[in-house]
Design a protein around this ligand. Sequence first.
Ligand code: NAD
Ligand code: TYD
Length: 340
Amino acid sequence: MKVVVTGGCGFIGTNFIRYFIKKHPGYKILNIDKLTYAGNLENLKDFKKRKNYHFVKADICNALFMKKLFKKFKPDAVINFAAETHVDRSITAPSQFMKTNFLGVGTLLNLCLDFGIKGFLQVSTDEVYGSIEKGSFCENSLLTPSSPYAASKAGADGLVMAYHTTYKLPILITRTTNNYGPYQFPEKLIPLVILNALKNKKIPVYGNGMNVRDWIYVEDNCAAIDQVLHKGKIGEIYNIAGKCEKTNIQVIKTLLQILNVDESLITYVKDRPGHDQRYSLSMSKIKKQLGWQPKTSFARGIKKTIDWYQNNKTWLHNTQTGAYRKFYKQYYSKLGLKEK
Ligand code: NAD
Ligand code: TYD
């Protein structure tokens, strides 16, 4: 099988490609990534010489160039991780979120139709449902997104479903809770706390720190996406949950305790506008239909995550200085195509 993975140089995309290549060594993968501040080619530098892995730097919104790539690679399936993903950035500068997360998905859907793709999997988020006080959202719950990020992802989900209903495009959607693990850019809560703790810097807690997120170890999400791609029912949405709900302050204190860093670094700051109080997903559909459930406990996942950041201080440092950007200059696309 030939698979296009978009956004493969970001946090989940990197972990997914690592998981996917190991699980399916016979598959061919084309990783298409714009290399925004969140995309780091260094993450997969050990794959550079693999015959079944290609990377091309490109924007999913660039329909003409994307068409050239599809024509050359002839994919059977497309998995879309490419997105602008940080809620705080979506509040200060929402336009790029609308462009990549909605219009970019539209470009991919048109290409999938034109090239007769057998499966398009859109990687979506629990944030499309909005906040829930009690209980958990099911796949058919109403979407009430709060942030521009969540709204752009909800819009994309609507578009993906519409291409299935109208054109019978074979689509799948996964909606996942908060991921954590190696290679996450340190603007998201868990890597930010680790980075600041290691540097003895203040740890900003929005509002009262009582907002609840459901945490899933990234490799568990990768396994779920792989299962949905191979065994999911076309046209269906699958929630992927960690079943590990914690308040932000609980997460922060756990991290500080493991790192042996004093809690005095904790600093309460102004709340995020429109801050969702609680995310929670029911995962009974994926459990019943595909037999998937998360394997990694929070204690084990957090230990693995902290170990990874402690062993990869240069990676962490490079995200601060932008040094990882230089890496692309040494890269040659094996497909022989470059975006203008
Ligand atoms: P990330 O920000 O770490 O990575 C995003 C990647 O997309 C980067 O490599 C970036 O360069 C690339 N990209 C951005 N704009 C692009 C464009 N126009 N064309 C091509 N590539 C582009 O994000 P992530 O955390 O790995 O998230 C991946 C996907 O999973 C996203 O769609 C996100 O909405 C979804 N998701 C993430 C989480 C989470 O907790 N991180 C939870 C649920 C869903
Ligand atoms: P984040 O990692 O940005 O993920 P999301 O907003 O997509 O859930 O934030 C997770 C939670 O942590 C969220 O409730 C906001 C909060 N938070 C802080 O309190 N301080 C921070 O510095 C960050 C980045 C997030």
